[in-house]
Design a protein around this ligand. Structure first.
Ligand code: GDP
Length: 194
C-alpha cells in the first residue's frame, strides 16, 4: 500500500464533532499501551503522526486520521488502565459505544492484542461485544519483535484458542520491523470492500 498523504482530521468526543466526509472508516481498539499509535504510524509510514506514549490511558478522544484522501483510521482510546474512576470509565464507555454502534461509514474494527500475553478479561469482553454487535473484526497481534521467532506460532495459537477463533485468522505485526504491514493493509482493504 502506497501512502501518498495522511493527516489528523479531528479529535472528537461526540457525534456532532465527527468528520462529515462520507469515507470508509476503520476503528482501532485495544488495551492502553498495546501499540495502537505505533500501528497507525507504521501503517502510514509516518514516525509520529499518531501520538505514542508510554503513559497508559492518555488519549481520551476519538482521533480521526485521513489516509490518501480515501479512508479514515479512528483511534479509539484504550481500555484497561487501572487507576480510573467509575464515572471516568462510564464517559469512556459511552463515547466508544456511541461511535461504534452508530456510525454508518464504519466498515470494521481492528482489535490489537499484545502477542506476548494471553488476552486479558477486557480483551475478551471487547472481542465478544464487537461480534455480538455484528461488527466486522480483524485481530492484529502486536509487538511480534519482542518474542523469539520460534515462539510466534505458539503464542498466536494460544491467543486464538482463548478467543475461540481459527488459528491463522489474526495478523502477526510489529511496528518496529514492519512485519505484517502488507497483510494488514490487504485485510483492511477487504473490510472496506465487503
Ligand atoms: P497505544 O497506547 O496503544 O497507542 O500504544 P503506543 O503505540 O503508544 O505504544 C506503547 C509502547 O509500546 C511504546 O513505547 C511503543 O514504542 C511500544 N511499541 C508499540 N508497538 C511496538 C512494536 O511493535 N514493537 C516494539 N518493540 N515496541 C512497540
Amino acid at each position: 500500500m502506497k501512502i501518498k498523504d495522511s493527516k489528523i482530521l479531528i479529535s472528537a468526543v461526540k457525534p456532532d464533532q465527527y468528520p462529515e466526509l462520507e469515507l470508509p472508516e476503520i476503528a482501532l481498539v485495544g488495551r492502553s499501551n498495546v501499540g495502537k499509535s505505533s500501528f497507525i504510524n507504521r501503517m502510514i509510514n509516518r514516525k509520529n503522526l499518531a501520538r505514542t506514549s508510554g503513559k497508559p490511558g492518555k488519549t481520551q478522544t476519538l482521533n480521526f486520521y485521513l489516509i490518501n484522501e480515501d479512508m479514515i483510521f479512528v483511534d479509539v482510546p484504550g481500555y484497561g488502565f487501572a487507576k480510573v474512576s467509575k464515572s471516568h470509565r462510564d464517559v469512556w464507555l459511552n463515547m466508544i459505544t456511541t461511535y461504534l454502534l452508530n456510525r454508518p461509514t464504519l466498515k470494521g474494527v481492528v482489535q490489537l492484542i499484545d502477542i506476548r500475553h494471553l488476552p486479558s478479561k477486557e480483551d475478551k469482553e471487547m472481542f465478544k461485544w464487537l461480534i455480538e454487535n455484528k461488527l466486522a473484526v480483524m485481530i492484529v497481534m502486536t509487538k511480534a519483535d519482542k518474542i523469539p521467532k520460534g515462539k510466534i506460532q505458539k503464542h498466536a495459537k494460544d491467543i486464538c484458542k482463548e478467543l475461540d477463533i481459527p488459528t491463522g485468522f489474526p495478523i502477526v505485526f510489529s511496528a518496529e520491523t514492519g512485519i505484517g504491514r502488507e497483510e494488514a493493509w490487504e485485510a483492511i482493504g477487504e473490510l472496506i470492500e465487503s
